[in-house]
Design a protein around this ligand. Structure first.
Ligand code: F6R
Length: 636
């Protein structure tokens, strides 16, 4: 939702590190940005509406009054209060001595604001976050009332500021990652977390200098340190240059166990592609292989998951699967339903996470709740899994980001090894989710005796040969074909995507990709449903993408295509090479390699991602940062 980066050191200047850290976090929010640092002049703050670049230019023109040993920055994705400079972070208290950045939503902020206003606090923004700055100020005054604190103490020592932050956050309700700095306590950064991701980077930094860092996501820390600590819900950390101390909200000390991050920051780079989205589309053959190959047991016709907490006995006891997810991850879940029913013989439901919580799911101990999430931080999915757990289900997380919130709350985790996905529109994470669900279905099918060893081997063989099968999708001819089709239809006002059975979710995903990055209205429909309404929209101006690759549903899908044709619709057919109907029925054909029915969605979605990408670029839009969207949605 928002990106946070803070640093404290004993040597140098933290401002460049903050700007560089924010640049790596801009995918989390980019409607405004701000930085606050402490220099010889005192607290200095700059905020600007727009992307980080606008702030960077402002700082270039009118920089701070000298180097700073401590500071914090923020990139915002607005929730409470419009996109204005006043609403941009960091926020300050009445004195201006305290600065605070926040990611999340404080649900009881209006109550807190009312109380504080009655005590004379004046608010400059419409945000819930500013209220926290004033609430901490109020608590600090209360803590310091009996004996005035002198301010700075020995590094690592408790000050009134820690007590004030804890007291405030005990009263705040909602989700937050906050970072607090105070001019009278200039050696420390305070960080608190509830349901919003935040990671602490532990020094010394790569130059050997004592320093500590805080960020919303690990890649922003890797230029400085590989030693990190994922702050947990209900914890408050004090960072000084030499030391990190963590306590719970009640003040109890938490044993501090940092982790070593092994992956490479360069993996998160664009590697020469004009956009992350294109790079990530092209990375899919590797990502699919990374997610599957090490897990395939070709001989036993089975799958092995690393550190998987659900053994055969637990898997055999499952009677039903409940998938919850949002957006693209939900579309993966809809394909997963086919896998789990077909390969594992398990009744499976798949719900929007945001809806699941508000119906009345039937409690049952033999349900496996599967949460699918690229980021592992999507609040709706987290909450839906929490709900499923309260109702007795075991929880399995399918996630791409290691150590994120969903894996940490799950009984078992299946990581997609897609590598960092930076483009806001999910591409490689989606295909890897499909692979993970396929592997899960095979594992369940084998453990439960639904799949014989031979059937297991067959399923695995199909996956093993998938990678070279994807090659034609990345040939110059295939790229040029999609480019040409994109050019022909880039001016369309609406698009319709049709698919049947296991390809229906791919129609939904093709439509979602197109609308989110090109802003063209697009709908995905089950091909058989078209005659019950959407057929009325068909005329010569409407491009209709029809997915009709080999398999059980092909013939019926082609029948629906005839109906589109008869009404003058423009058909873009996704078909296997040599399809005899393609020439006759389609205005344009996107050829995709043949594979099994189950794996076809992984193949078929790739040219649809490319089509959306090409159209967005042709319309002069930035596919990596579509308007109004953020990479991880940590609010309900
Ligand atoms: C679309 C997209 C979103 C996400 C959704 C869930 O391209 O990326 O629809 O799929 O916000 O996010 P995760 O998978 O992180 O839970």
């Amino acid at each position: 939702m928002c990106g946070i980066f803070g640093a404290v050191t004993r040597k140098g200047d933290v401002t460049p590190a903050i700007l560089a850290g924010l640049a790596l976090l801009e995918y989390r929010g980019y409607d405004s940005a701000g930085v606050a640092v402490f220099t010889e002049r005192g607290v200095e703050k700059r905020r600007r509406v727009g992307k980080l670049e606008v702030l960077r230019e402002a700082l270039h023109r009118e920089g701070f009054g000298g180097p700073a040993l401590i500071g914090v920055g923020h990139t915002r994705w607005a929730t409470h209060g419009g996109v204005t400079e006043e609403n941009a972070h960091p926020h300050s208290d009445s004195s201006g001595d305290l600065v605070l950045v926040h990611n999340g939503i404080i649900e009881n902020y209006l109550d807190l604001k009312r109380e504080l206003a009655a005590k004379g606090h004046i608010f400059r923004s419409a945000t819930d976050s500013e209220v926290l700055a004033h609430a901490i100020e109020e608590q600090l005054a209360r803590m310091e009332a009996p004996a005035k604190e002198s301010g700075t103490k020995t590094a690592g020592d408790e000050t009134a500021l820690e007590r004030a932050v804890r007291a405030t956050m005990r009263e705040a309700r909602g989700t937050y990652a906050i970072v607090v700095l105070h001019r009278r306590f200039p050696d420390r950064i305070l960080v608190a977390r509830q349901d919003s991701p935040v990671v602490i980077g532990i020094g010394p930094d790569v130059h050997g200098n004592p320093a500590s860092f805080v960020a919303s996501d690990v890649p922003a820390l890797l230029a400085h340190t590989r030693k990190v600590y994922y702050l947990r819900d209900g914890e408050v950390a004090t960072l000084t240059a030499d030391r990190v101390t963590v306590r719970r909200l009640d003040g109890e000390l938490v044993p501090f166990a940092p982790l070593e991050i092994r992956w490479d920051a360069a993996a998160a780079d664009r590697r020469g592609y004009p956009h992350y989205m294109l790079k990530e589309i092209e990375e899919q053959p590797d990502a699919v292989a990374q997610t599957s190959f090490d897990r395939l047991d070709d001989d036993r016709g089975d799958v092995r998951f690393e550190d998987f907490a659900l053994g055969d006995e637990r898997l055999r006891a499952i009677r039903r699967v409940q998938i919850v997810a949002c957006g693209t991850s939900l579309h993966a879940g809809l394909v997963g339903k086919f896998y789990l029913e077909h390969l594992a013989g398990l009744p499976t439901e798949c719900d929007y996470a945001s809806e699941f919580r508000y119906r009345s799911p039937i409690p049952s101990g033999d349900v496996l709740a599967v949460g699918i999430s690229q980021s592992g931080e999507t609040m709706d999915t987290l909450k839906a899994l929490g709900e499923a757990r309260t109702r007795g289900a075991s929880v399995l997380g399918i996630c791409n980001v290691r150590g994120s919130s969903i894996p940490r709350m799950s009984d078992a985790v299946l990581y997609t090894h897609a590598g960092p996905e930076i483009g806001v529109a999910s591409t490689k994470a989606f295909t890897c989710q499909l692979v993970a669900l396929y592997l899960l279905a095979v594992r369940l099918g084998r453990a439960r005796g639904h799949l014989s060893q031979e059937q297991g081997r067959e399923a695995i063989r199909a996956l093993r040969v998938l990678r070279p099968r994807l090659d034609p999708l990345f040939s110059d001819d295939a790229r040029e074909n999609v480019h040409r089709i994109a050019k022909r239809f880039a001016g369309a006002r609406d698009f319709l995507f049709l698919g049947r059975g296991i390809n229906y979710p791919i129609a939904l995903e093709g439509a979602l990709k197109l609308k989110e990055i090109s802003y063209i209205h697009a709908e995905g429909y089950p091909a058989g449903e078209m005659k019950h309404g959407p057929i009325a929209m068909i005329d010569a101006t409407l491009p209709v993408v029809v997915i009709a690759t080999q398999g059980r549903d092909r013939e019926k899908t082609l029948n629906q295509l005839e109906q589109v044709k008869a009404r003058g619709g423009q058909v873009i057919l996704v078909a296997n090479p040599g399809d005899p109907e393609a020439e006759r029925l389609a205005d344009e054909v996107i050829e995709v390699p043949a594979t099994t029915d189950e794996l076809a969605p992984i193949v078929n979605v790739i040219p649809l991602q490319r089509l959306a990408y090409e159209i967005a670029v042709m319309r002069g839009l930035s596919p990596d940062s579509p308007r109004n969207l953020a990479k991880s949605v940590t609010v309900e």
